[in-house]
Design a protein around this ligand. Structure first.
Ligand SMILES: Nc1ncnc2c1ncn2[C@@H]1O[C@H](COP(=O)(O)OP(=O)(O)OP(=O)(O)O)[C@@H](O)[C@H]1O
Length: 338
């Protein structure tokens, strides 16, 4: 929660996002809330399809059109609701205040323009008074900052002439060019080998350390979250199932889904012959979401109410929240024991 005066840097409140599909309208993100402070690194984790990327794209107001729309909630950036911003006002936020990087850099890079031209364009968009020479110098400095050797040569190249790791660095350079307040990194290192992965994460965190930028790191990789994040939001089937500080989540997980996820991380002690524990059953499909807890069918601890009452986020301890009827059940037991 916010420890300073004034609103948090970012507060997402009860976000809902719907897609129009052949089965009718489905809610891909349903009642998602979280907060982010300057300099904080927030991890968003959960199985494929749980709504991580849709949440991130909503923050940028870059949801695919016309098939999707934000149906409810607020996205408060420094207290102002981005959902009230005009398209023009949003363009000034994107890249300058909130930037996003993707798993596949070609999503963000234009294949028919040189790297130099693309970085210069990010400056032109947000600093229209900047001269050509100034933009060139700033672009060279930015490429050097993201660890690109021989930046002058790289500026003349097209994205396909660079390695995957280099393309990732260029995309990060573009995203960081205007020193945004928030960087959203959606699976930024999944396609890269382990050494380059570590270098890219170091780069992001060096930048965070020097500018105080906040980071939202979206990943399947709980190890990456444990190593790099301050807080974590666990999503399941379009909803938040648990949120806590990283230390609390990894040492005292509450939600049965989080516990299962943590058990499925390979440990160093694991031998190649031992199968990793998996979570039996499947994530419910969007068009047939259960009315109660979305994890109930796969949960070993499900209570009768889990089938027909949707659990709301409840406080487990200070700064630790879980959407699980067991929170209430535990409280009742605790009170009974007194
Ligand atoms: N263009 C679309 N049309 C219809 N449904 C979509 C579309 N894009 C996403 N969805 C649905 O929204 C849900 C959330 O998708 P999202 O990409 O946010 O998941 P994710 O958690 O980021 O998954 P992954 O880790 O695989 O990237 C999924 O069920 C997906 O099928």
């Amino acid at each position: 929660m916010n420890q300073k005066d004034g609103p948090p840097l970012l507060a997402v409140k009860h976000l809902g996002v719907a897609f129009q599909t052949d089965q009718g309208q489905v809610l891909a993100v349903d009642d998602v809330s979280f907060e982010l402070e300057s300099g904080q690194v927030l991890g968003i984790a959960g199985e494929s399809g749980c709504g991580k990327s849709v949440t991130a794209l909503s923050l940028m107001r870059l949801l695919p059109q016309p098939v999707s729309k934000i149906t409810e909630g607020e996205i408060l950036f420094k207290g102002q609701n981005l959902l009230d911003f005009s398209i023009g006002a949003m363009r000034k936020i994107r890249g300058k205040k909130i930037s996003m990087i993707f798993q596949e850099p070609m999503t963000a890079l234009n294949p028919v323009h040189t790297v130099g031209r693309q970085i210069a364009e990010s400056y032109s968009l947000h600093f229209p008074d900047m001269g050509e020479k100034e933009k060139n110098t700033a672009s060279l400095q930015m490429l050097a900052k993201v660890g690109i050797p021989d930046a002058r040569q790289v500026m003349k190249k097209y994205p396909h002439q660079l390695s995957g790791g280099m393309r990732q660095r260029v995309m990060i350079g573009m995203a960081l060019a205007c020193e945004p307040d928030i960087l959203i990194a959606d699976e930024p290192t999944t396609a890269l080998d382990v050494t380059v992965q570590a270098q890219i994460m170091d780069l992001i965190f060096q930048f965070r350390d020097t500018t105080g930028m906040a980071v939202i790191l979206i990943t399947h990789d709980l190890g990456l979250i444990a190593e790099n994040c301050d807080r974590v939001v666990i999503m399941y089937a379009g909803t938040v199932s648990e949120s806590a500080s990283v230390t609390t989540l990894f040492h005292h997980p509450f939600h049965p889904y989080t516990k299962k996820l943590l058990q499925s991380i390979p440990s160093r002690a694991q031998t190649a012959k031992e199968p990793l524990p998996t979570i039996p059953g499947n994530v419910p499909v969007l068009s047939k979401m259960p009315v109660g807890c979305r994890f109930a069918k796969r949960c070993e601890h499900a209570l009768p109410q889990c089938e027909n009452q949707r659990p709301r986020m409840m406080s487990v301890s200070s700064g630790h929240f879980a959407a699980c009827h067991l929170v209430y059940d535990c409280e009742k037991k605790l009170n009974f024991d007194k």
